[in-house]
Ligand binder design. Structure first.
Ligand code: HEC
Ligand code: HEC
Length: 449
């Protein structure tokens, strides 16, 4: 009886619910959605005009190759003193960075007398780098790969040009990303160390790389296991070099840190409710009054061109130059002075502090900077960055008025050079877009926080 009654009543309750929902929908449609559909209309124009596209996930590499890369990424044997892995500076839980302005070099803890023992640049995230339309790696683009001609340009001459001396290495690597990964290993400050182990003491990059292979595949208790892993990753291969390490690391980074399922991407794919109204307004500021899209454009929200935005120049004391010359340090061309590769912006909420030197602590600071770059660079002081990590290190701020004026004058977009002067409301919306609109929430699930 009871069951039947419930059965009888289920229908009208269902109907009522449906009607109630209809009223709700209508209500929603008539009220906030009027503004929503205006926003969507404005965004449709922006999307067409700027050819905005979602970022698709690149094809996955063979599992065994990625597994080898995972083993290498967190393996301290790759560092001379066996005390530093890639993951220490690109930690998954810290948005694939280290969360501090300048990275601690491999000897920062063991030998604080070596100065500087921290990098002069901020450790960038390693998100979404496995695409063949990203030609340059590093803040100054010193690793380049031309996918048409398959030619590398790197700090190691033996890898460069049409007929590289070490073709045995270059022929294994298929991307700028793969080639990038072998350089921290050969860098005395980051991983290699200055002396007292075969990798640090070896001659040049090539010597260091050879010693790394020896240590991995011959001189450690797990060598047999590692050799088996290399052979599985590269079926039929018996002779391994640093190219095999680089290709595996590149595949691992691509398959683990491609995180492109953001509200922005979903919106571009047709889900008009993926972005909240404030984020939609933020995207309108991004493409309009903010002028951000002049440089942060294309499917990566970066054209990967070298630009300056007059970032305040903060440098650890002890470097030969008290300021970072950016792209100029690679090309020697005057017009490249103080220019850095425009960063892509997905998941930017996870990767503070910001800019090539971590000089801006939060996204709010970044927007304040763009709001008035001249004022920002003039007024910058040591309270701008979090330097509490480095009690024994001094820092230099470039206060040279002429150089700072040049930095501002080199900003290629007039409106940005003069300052974009946003209202508080526009700033808030822009920050919502950057923070939530560009964040792939799978990151939190995948990396457990
Ligand atoms: C001591 C900290 C440190 C270690 C260890 C380290 N990195 Fe980095 N990484 C950095 C810094 C700093 C930069 C930026 C340097 C520059 O641009 O001049 C960087 C840049 C990169 C980039 C370029 C990202 C881009 O957008 O251009 C990639 C990729 C990368 N590292 C991967 C790795 C891998 C793989 C390893 C291990 C083999 C590694 N890193 C080890 C600090 C570190
Ligand atoms: C003229 C080209 C240009 C314009 C316009 C521009 N940017 Fe940038 N952006 C860059 C470059 C280049 C950097 C790196 C500068 C550096 O490291 O010194 C950067 C850095 C950033 C960063 C830090 C990213 C990181 O990983 O550290 C954010 C966030 C950012 N821009 C957002 C914006 C927003 C928002 C706007 C609009 C208000 C904007 N940008 C306008 C070129 C530009």
């Amino acid at each position: 009886m009871n069951i039947q009654t419930t059965g009888v009543y289920q229908v009208p309750i269902g109907e009522m619910l449906k009607n109630f929902l209809k009223v709700l929908l209508l209500f929603n449609f008539l009220n906030p959605s009027i503004a929503q559909s205006d926003l969507d209309e404005a965004l449709r124009e922006i999307i067409i005009k700027n050819d905005l596209k979602p970022l698709d996930t690149p094809a996955r590499s063979p599992k065994d190759l990625t597994r080898l890369g995972a083993m290498l990424f967190s393996n301290k044997l790759l560092s001379g003193p066996e005390s530093k892995s890639c993951a220490d500076c690109h930690h998954p839980r810290l948005g694939t960075t280290d969360g501090i302005a300048f990275s601690l070099g491999v000897e920062a803890q063991t030998n604080p007398d070596i100065t500087p023992n921290i990098t002069k640049r901020n450790s960038p995230p390693v998100f979404n780098l496995g695409y063949d339309d990203i030609p340059f790696m590093f803040w100054d683009g010193r690793v380049h790969y031309d996918k048409e001609s398959k030619v590398f340009t790197t700090p190691e001459p033996a890898l460069n040009g049409d007929n590289p001396k070490r073709e045995d290495i270059t022929k294994v690597m298929t991307s700028a990303l793969a080639a990038q990964t072998i350089f921290p290993i050969a860098n005395h400050l980051e991983m290699r160390g200055t002396s007292g182990n075969p990798i640090a003491d070896a001659k040049g990059n090539l010597g260091a790389w050879q010693e790394v292979l020896k240590r991995l595949l011959k001189n450690n208790p797990r060598s047999d296991r590692y050799m088996a892993q290399f052979k599985k990753a590269y079926p039929g291969e018996t002779n391994f070099n640093i190219g095999h390490v680089g290709e595996a690391l590149g595949s691992f980074l691509k398959d683990s840190f491609t995180l492109v399922d953001t509200p922005y991407d979903r919106y571009l794919k047709g889900d008009s409710s993926a972005l909240k109204p404030s984020e939609k307004r933020g995207l309108i500021v991004f493409a309009g009054r903010g002028k951000c899209i002049k440089c942060h454009n294309g499917r990566h929200l970066s054209n990967f061109e070298f630009k300056t935005v007059a970032t305040p120049q903060l440098t650890p004391e002890g470097y030969p130059e008290p300021y970072d010359q950016g792209r100029f340090e690679v090309t020697g061309v005057k017009s490249d002075l103080f220019k850095f590769r425009t960063p892509a912006l997905r998941n930017v909420a996870l990767t503070s502090p910001y800019m090539h030197n971590g000089s801006l602590r939060t996204l709010e600071d970044v927007i304040d900077h763009y709001n008035d770059p001249s004022l920002s660079i003039e007024n910058y002081d040591l309270t701008g960055a979090d330097l509490s990590m480095y009690p024994a290190q001094n820092f230099v701020i470039d206060r040279d008025a002429r150089r700072n004026k040049l930095r501002v004058n080199l900003i290629s977009i007039g409106e940005v050079r003069r300052g974009i002067n946003l209202t508080e409301e526009e700033k808030k919306d822009l920050i919502s877009f950057l923070k939530r609109g560009l964040l792939d929430y799978r990151f939190h699930r995948q990396w457990g926080y």
